[in-house]
Design a protein around this ligand. Structure first.
Ligand code: FCB
Length: 445
């Protein structure tokens, strides 16, 4: 029997984001971001952790690029910190900050690694939050300017730009639940933020195309398989609402289908912030879509009594997220049903597990997690989904937002006292898959 394999031209990479890995928060004129402010507010982040130093990627990027090269990965997904480029969010460009990304891109290209650049992975300049944040339309306009500045500077060498990472998380964790920066708990503001994030994307796409005519422009969304807890009609209804709000809220308007009705009704959204022409703007054609997938959501209607815990608990990661690889097939097929031939990338997938203190490089659970998800991606590809690449989250252990450094997602272990990096077994496994296209773990791994 011949092993099932990914095609030779399939892109394999690893991902990080600026605030989670860079550190160097005051270097070379960087301005304050909402995550600096939030992490330094007592009680917001587990253990009082901050991104002040993180993986010190700002100073150690050469070493990190060398790791990618050693692993034979063809691509690196990273994000640009807006407050490095425009310390106050708008106004004069801080050339020293932009220079870092110039050097990083050159270093990657010298090693034959393709940069995939995300322009917004959650580190909004604090000055823009002070003037209203994402619930204010002016933030969307500022984003388009920032995005075209970066595209203009890097677009001669960068062929893939994503505007935003996970606008769902930005709007709802940032402005509804307050679990993420800026920590606001204002449901109407969250809906306004969600809309303005899409407006920001819609304004940025043509601005970036003008500044970087050769580059592909896309966006990264998060998806979860969303299932009703039982066959009770109220659970079915609740799952439809959750599916609208989590999976379709951004995808549908991007694809010119408008906002999903059931989700909008359940949120009681009055659409006051939707201006004439916004839906056309948001549906500007894109060149690829990034899909982030981690787990599934089992939805119970709030009108029904909670269910007793299952007799056999599902397998979970260190984050408590259910391990549900078949959901990746489901999500990719759902997305492709809306996006047709548009190239798709898994821009994030991975898992946090507690570190084995005797050997921090041994991570059999992560190897198994990844192998099962790679297999699911291959199943989707075989079923006709135009999947072009896969980025593991994350290259490095890093600052996992409100969880601080307690949750480790890296295929590379980081000792945060010494900044020493060590390849985990999962890194070697990803290297093997990237080389061979064969998603099955080597025996013994
Ligand atoms: C995603 C984020 C990423 C990381 C993973 C675990 O939602 O995009 O930064 O935190 O979750």
């Amino acid at each position: 029997m011949t092993a099932r394999r990914f095609p030779h031209e399939f892109t394999w990479g690893a991902a990080t984001s600026s605030y989670q890995v860079e550190g160097a928060v005051t270097a070379d004129g960087r301005g304050e971001s909402i995550w600096d402010r939030f992490a330094h507010t007592p009680g917001r982040v587990a253990g009082g952790d901050t991104g002040d130093v993180a993986c010190d990627h700002y100073h150690r990027y050469r070493e990190d690029v060398a790791l990618l090269a050693e692993l034979g990965l063809g691509a690196y997904r990273f994000s640009v910190a807006w407050p490095r480029v425009l310390p106050d969010g708008t106004g004069p460009v801080n050339q020293a900050g932009l220079g870092f990304y110039d050097r990083l891109v050159d270093e990657l290209l010298e090693h034959g690694i393709t940069p995939f650049v995300t322009l917004y992975h959650w580190d909004l300049p604090q000055a823009l939050e002070d003037s209203g944040g994402w619930p204010a339309r002016s933030t969307a306009e500022a984003f388009a300017e920032y995005a075209s500045t970066v595209a203009g500077r890097l677009g001669d060498r960068v062929a893939h730009f994503a505007t935003l990472n996970e606008p769902f998380v930005v709007s709802h964790l940032g402005y509804r639940t307050g679990e993420h920066a800026p920590g606001r708990t204002e449901p109407d503001a969250a809906l306004a933020a969600a809309h303005h994030l899409l407006v920001a994307h819609g304004l940025a796409v043509p601005a970036m195309r003008a500044a970087a005519p050769r580059a592909a422009v896309g966006i990264v969304l998060n998806f979860g398989a969303t299932h009703p807890a039982t066959a009770h009609p109220l659970d079915l209804e609740a799952a439809i609402v959750a599916h609208d709000q989590a999976n379709r809220w951004f995808l549908d308007p991007l694809m010119g289908r408008g906002y999903p009705e059931e989700g909008a009704r359940a949120w009681g959204w009055r659409r006051g912030e939707v201006a004439d022409g916004d839906l056309e703007l948001i549906a500007a054609p894109i060149d690829f879509l990034g899909v982030n997938y981690y787990t599934r959501d089992v939805v119970r209607s709030p009108a029904l009594p909670p269910l007793p815990p299952p007799t056999k608990a599902p397998e979970r990661t260190g984050m408590g997220w259910e391990v549900y690889p078949q959901g990746l097939v489901e999500v990719l097929q759902l997305v492709a049903s809306r996006t047709g031939e548009l190239p798709l990338y898994v821009t994030e997938n991975g898992a946090a597990y507690p570190v084995d203190e005797r050997d921090p490089t041994a991570d059999p659970e992560r190897v198994r997690f990844l192998a099962r998800h790679f297999d699911a991606a291959l199943t989707a590809l075989e079923a006709g989904v135009p999947l072009r690449g896969y980025f593991v989250w994350s290259l490095l252990d890093n600052f996992e937002w409100a969880h601080g450094y307690a949750q480790r997602f890296g295929i590379v272990h980081v000792d945060f006292d010494t900044q020493e990096r060590r390849l985990r077994d999962s890194a070697r496994f990803v290297a093997h898959v990237a080389r061979s296209g064969d998603p099955t773990p080597v025996t013994g791994a």
